[in-house]
Design a protein around this ligand. Structure first.
Ligand code: ATP
Ligand code: MG
Length: 690
């Protein structure tokens, strides 16, 4: 095995190997220091982590005792796959069966699992459901309304703003006053009312047995702030490994520190130049403070060789980040052969951009690049609208990452609400939604039912015994029956899904009448997805925390083995790579976005462009529409602007690009000399009849 191990690690460079082998199997106490790998894009941080996981398992660490925190569920699965490849080599296996990594996931997903497991010790009911952003906003709105704080009457902040303020307080561990001063100065006068609102919001969540996204981190942090629980939770894991550490927030860092105060077995990797989530409270301080945070000083490994991109792509990317106000002391190099300079393409407008991109994508495919190895990236989910139309028109299949459309569709929400209401009868957002699907039941009756259920020991019986308005009687009986069935403890997933479907479909047909056909397909897709999850609770939790990549407005879901183009927001493209990458709307107003005003926000936009550009392996195309439409909240409707190339690419950076204008300026047709004399054909016409 030693030989095979050496062979599996032979592809790594010295620094990568040092990180992979750090502390593995070593008896030297010093080698159990925490480890930080800080390095630029494409330098192999994630691969190093995957090799380390494989090495640890090959060395005898129980996979159950590895906690692996990634940025998305997809990233966790990718890590499993990569580690599996290495492990198969080390163990000399024929097939590459990935080692199951039961504790690989996102902070939120793992948090949800730990909280369920320790629910009893911390006063939670283990059947809690999780509110997504929409539900959380609605509940905030409801509580605000109950307190008589209205945005129309007394101009109190909107529910979305309230939730953002609340969330920022939680994630940065700051007071309402501090957050208002720093980020929401125009809401400053409402400090006292906001505090009252947040107090009531927390109470409402507890009453309904729901947690919002932030709670998953907050309860986890509070749990491990208790020494006994910190010890219990921390001791379950020999190793805690984190990818993309630059995008974690203070709460997440405090969880890590509380679980592993001496840093033993802690490995984090990241790149301060790629920090793009500070709008959600992430802070690069975490990565900068890491070396001295634990009771043992960390070992720091840096990587400078890039294995992903060609030198011309690195050159232009390095220049974008080199002009950042904050210093990121890294310059990447590679010896990967180059396929020419990256392109900077001027197109007339977004429609032209869409056409150019579609043409190029097809040209690349002719040249042998599968659609799947190509991606189109953009700042904001809505920026791909014109392209989506063009792709649909030409029958180019695609999948869009980072858009929540599928789960936002009201019929998908309906069906999920049915399942949530069965899972947690106290969850009023889901419960209310379900009652409103029943003909003859209005808001008042819906609320009356939920109140009755709150008092009841058996929720299904409360539904059965409830007396609805007489017009709704018959429908009610059907609902009560379905609800009782869904509450049956012995029900095996995904049987509940089938039951919920059976009850919901007639309502779908009635409610959405002429669009019910397409909607039905979405619902059926949801049922197919459901089969991939182990239980109703898992399905609901993971779907809420990490929605699948799907959008409801494309012709049909691509089959898994089919080839499709990737469309993604830059934020969701993090950590990934493609042979060819298009970046849309590389113009001021989009990148940087016009909402970015402060120097700090502008720097984050620069890093965002850097992240986008460094996703490319061989081909990078930056698109600059000369004109584009933006929707501004202040102005009704769309506004049409003349656009300039992004300020992050300066005049002197242009030499790094192949510049192109499309369509090429029209060539004047050769002038035809006018006839020397007038020939009057009319005579001839008349003569023919003479
Ligand atoms: P990002 O900052 O974008 O997350 P990263 O540092 O995590 O990037 P990886 O995704 O791990 O980089 O690696 C980039 C590419 O380089 C991958 O295709 C990976 O397989 C390849 N790679 C990494 N290390 C090596 C190596 N030693 N030899 C050959 N290829 C490598
Ligand atoms: Mg990575």
């Amino acid at each position: 095995q030693a030989e095979r191990l050496a062979a599996a690690l032979a592809t790594l460079n010295d620094d990568q190997r040092a990180a992979v082998e750090h502390g593995v199997g070593a008896a030297v106490a010093d080698d159990h220091r925490p480890l930080l790998v800080i390095a630029g894009a494409g330098s192999g941080k994630t691969s190093t982590l995957a090799h380390r996981v494989a090495h640890l398992i090959a060395d005898g660490v129980d996979p159950q005792r590895l906690l692996l925190l990634t940025f998305s569920r997809r990233a966790a699965q990718e890590m499993e796959r990569r580690a599996g490849q290495v492990l198969a080599k080390v163990l000399g296996l024929k097939s590459e069966r990935p080692p199951a990594l039961p504790w690989a996931g996102t902070f939120h997903g793992i948090g949800a699992r730990l909280l369920r497991e320790y629910a009893q010790q911390i006063g939670l009911d283990e059947n809690f459901t999780i509110h997504d952003r929409g539900d959380a906003e609605d509940l905030m709105g409801l509580v605000r309304h109950e307190l008589g704080l209205s945005s129309t009457v007394n101009r109190f902040p909107r529910k979305g703003t309230c939730l953002s303020i609340y969330s920022r307080c939680v994630n940065t561990r700051a007071s309402v006053a501090e957050v208002l001063k720093e980020a929401f100065p125009w809401c400053g006068e409402w400090e006292a009312q906001l505090k009252m609102l947040f107090g009531a919001y927390v109470e409402a969540k507890q009453q309904q047995n729901v947690l919002d996204y932030d709670d998953l981190l907050l309860y986890w942090a509070e749990m491990v702030a208790e020494p006994a629980l910190a010890e219990a939770v921390g001791a379950r894991f020999d190793h805690v490994l984190l990818d993309e550490y630059q995008d974690t927030n203070l709460l997440q860092a405090s969880i890590l520190l509380a679980m592993k105060p001496d840093g033993r077995g802690v490995t984090v990797v990241g790149d301060d130049a790629q920090s793009i989530y500070s709008f959600r409270g992430a802070t690069v301080r975490n990565i900068l403070d890491f070396p001295s945070q634990f009771s043992r000083e960390a070992r720091v490994v840096t990587l400078e060789r890039n294995y992903r991109s060609t030198q011309p792509i690195l050159d232009v990317s390095n220049r974008v980040i080199a002009q950042a106000a904050e210093r990121h002391a890294k310059t990447l190099w590679t010896d990967k052969p180059s396929a020419g300079k990256p392109q900077l393409v001027l197109v007339p407008d977004e429609a032209g951009q869409a056409r150019w991109v579609a043409d190029k994508v097809l040209a690349h495919r002719e040249g042998g690049l599968a659609l799947k190895s190509q991606a189109v990236l953009f700042r904001t989910s809505s920026h791909s609208a014109a392209l989506e139309l063009e792709l649909a028109r030409r029958n180019i299949p695609f999948v869009k990452f980072g858009g929540l459309k599928f789960l936002e569709a009201s019929h998908v929400k309906d069906l999920l609400a049915v399942l949530r209401f069965a899972e947690n009868p106290r969850g009023r957002m889901a419960g209310f939604r379900v009652t409103q699907l029943i003909p003859g039941i209005g808001p008042v009756t819906g609320t009356r039912l939920l109140d009755a259920m709150d008092q009841a020991a058996d929720p299904a019986a409360a539904v059965r015994d409830f007396v609805p308005p007489s017009a709704a009687r018959e429908q009610w009986a059907g609902f009560a029956e379905a609800y009782a069935a869904l509450r049956t403890p012995s029900l095996a997933w995904p049987a509940d899904m089938e039951l919920a479907m059976d009850w919901y479909l007639p309502h779908l047909e009635r409610l959405y009448d002429d669009t019910s056909g397409v909607r039905r397909q979405d619902v059926e897709q949801l049922v197919r997805l459901a089969a991939g999850y182990g239980s109703r609770e898992r399905f609901l939790t993971e779907l809420t925390l990490d929605p699948p990549e799907a959008t409801s407005d494309r012709p049909g879901p691509p089959l898994l083995d089919e080839d499709y183009l990737i469309l993604s927001t830059i934020h969701s493209a993090k950590g990934q790579e493609w042979n060819s990458v298009h970046v849309l709307n590389v113009v001021d107003g989009c990148l940087p976005a016009d909402v970015a005003q402060s120097a700090h926000e502008l720097e984050e936009e620069r890093r965002l462009l850097y992240v986008a550009m460094t996703r490319a392996r061989d081909h990078l195309h930056l698109l600059v529409p000369q004109r584009f439409y933006i929707t501004q909240q202040a102005v009704r409707g769309d506004r049409h602007l003349y656009a300039n190339r992004t300020r992050f690419i300066t005049e002197s950076d242009l030499a790094g690009f192949e510049q192109q204008t499309w369509p090429p300026p029209p060539v004047q047709p050769p002038a035809v000399p006018p006839p020397a004399a007038v020939i009057d054909l009319r005579n001839r016409m008349r003569a023919a009849w003479r």
